[in-house]
Ligand binder design. Structure first.
Ligand SMILES: Cc1cc2nc3c(=O)[nH]c(=O)nc-3n(C[C@H](O)[C@H](O)[C@H](O)COP(=O)(O)OP(=O)(O)OC[C@H]3O[C@@H](n4cnc5c(N)ncnc54)[C@H](O)[C@@H]3O)c2cc1C
Length: 359
């Protein structure tokens, strides 16, 4: 058994950094935040609720508006779910147009620019998933400001902590640019207090975005072609309570099915290392790490994963980490709470056999 700690000890706080020029107006005026939200199946996504939670920390008197866009009846349902998703939401804005349905970055960035300029928000916040990472920097460019990305702590309205060097150092950033301050936040760092959200009901007003001045050329050059996705009942990797990850040690896509079966038994999501993705065992939306998804589940199980620094950057905040590797010197054991030196081809089938089926 090995214990967590080495990388934790290596971690250090670094202070940084003036982003751009200082304006006193941003610090003195009241705070109002636009949360750019995603929705799916008629519901606001959990990571967007985390973005609302982060926005709440920007200030007590913060007025929070959630922006949703797209078309069809699922958008209407998502708007009402946004209106009641968190007690801190003051208003929901909905942009009805097919242009936004497939999350193409150019129209979305223009939409944020339009809504920000008409609402005069001091902050714009989105979750740091592929959607937020795609659109927020473009919206920032249109608004002529620098975004602050991957925020993990908010201590003041314009002061944030974000990881650098694959999570080995934390950097304190004071935003000194012009308004608005655009942020992407790591959703796992802003868990929602379910007791608070459950006990205080909310029914924030919903209104439409006026798109009459939306310029057609902002549709841009990107075109939606098709969506390839797998129908699965497994929880979303970014928000799952349990994540079962396989690495190159699985050796083939066929063997990787063991990981899926174990995840099913545990009601968890499947993750993978970049080596497993590159070898074609699984699609790249399952990749965990610096260039993949950042996860922080209650339980993270890693099988045949060496524990490269880029992988650990994506899972080190998991509450309990279990690692199985046949190499006792594998770096994954330095961050594991429970480590087993063994052959995954023996351990996984035994676990699958002994665990009860998920009801
Ligand atoms: C810029 C950059 C960004 C990157 N981003 C990411 C990222 O986001 N995510 C990511 O994961 N990687 C990322 N990488 C790649 C990373 O450096 C590693 O190459 C990768 O994580 C290794 O994956 P792995 O642990 O599956 O493979 P390996 O390092 O090859 O490890 C396989 C492990 O399986 C064990 N094993 C083999 N057979 C068995 C068995 N039968 N039973 C038990 N154990 C067994 C071996 O002992 C070994 O420890 C990035 C690299 C770079 C340069």
């Amino acid at each position: 058994m090995a214990t967590r700690g080495l990388l934790g000890a290596v971690s250090r706080r670094a202070s940084l950094l003036s982003v751009t020029r200082y304006t006193s107006t941003a610090a003195s005026r009241s705070i109002s935040t636009l949360v750019v939200a995603e929705h799916e199946g008629g519901c606001i996504k959990a990571s967007s609720v985390n973005a609302v939670e982060a926005a709440k920390l920007l200030g007590h008197d913060n007025s929070i508006t959630v922006l949703l866009a797209g078309s069809g009846p699922s958008l209407e349902r998502a708007a009402s779910s946004a209106s009641s998703c968190h007690p801190s939401v003051s208003k929901v804005l909905v942009a009805h147009s097919d242009r936004f349905t497939h999350s193409l970055a150019e129209p979305w960035a223009r939409l944020i620019q339009l809504v920000q300029q008409s609402g005069g928000y001091s902050h714009v916040v989105a979750a740091s998933g592929s959607f937020g990472k795609n659109i927020v920097p473009r919206a920032a460019a249109l608004l002529d400001v620098s975004p602050v990305t991957d925020v993990t702590q908010i201590s003041e309205p314009l002061q944030f902590v974000r990881p650098i060097y694959a999570g080995n150092a934390l950097c304190t950033v004071r935003y000194t640019g012009a308004e608005p301050c655009l942020l992407t936040i790591r959703s796992t760092s802003f868990p929602v207090d379910l007791q608070e959200t459950g006990s205080k009901s909310n029914d924030a007003p919903i209104s439409r975005v006026d798109l009459s001045t939306f310029e057609e050329e902002s549709i841009g050059k990107s075109r939606y072609m098709k969506l390839t996705s797998q129908d699965t009942e497994r929880p979303d990797l970014g928000n799952a309570r349990v994540v079962v990850t396989g690495g190159r040690g699985l050796k083939s896509a066929e063997n990787f099915k063991m990981i899926e079966k174990l995840a099913e038994k545990l009601g968890g999501a499947v993750g993978a290392t970049r080596a497993a993705v590159d070898a074609g065992f699984v699609p790249n939306d399952l990749q965990v790490g610096q260039t993949g998804k950042i996860v922080a589940p209650e339980l993270y199980m890693a099988f045949g994963v060496s524990g490269a620094i880029q992988h650990i950057a994506g899972m080190r905040d998991s509450k309990v980490i279990v690692a199985v590797n046949k190499d006792s010197d594998a770096p994954i054991f330095q961050v594991a709470d429970y480590g087993l030196v063994g052959d995954l081809f023996e351990v996984i089938p035994e676990l699958i056999e002994k665990l009860p089926d998920k009801k």
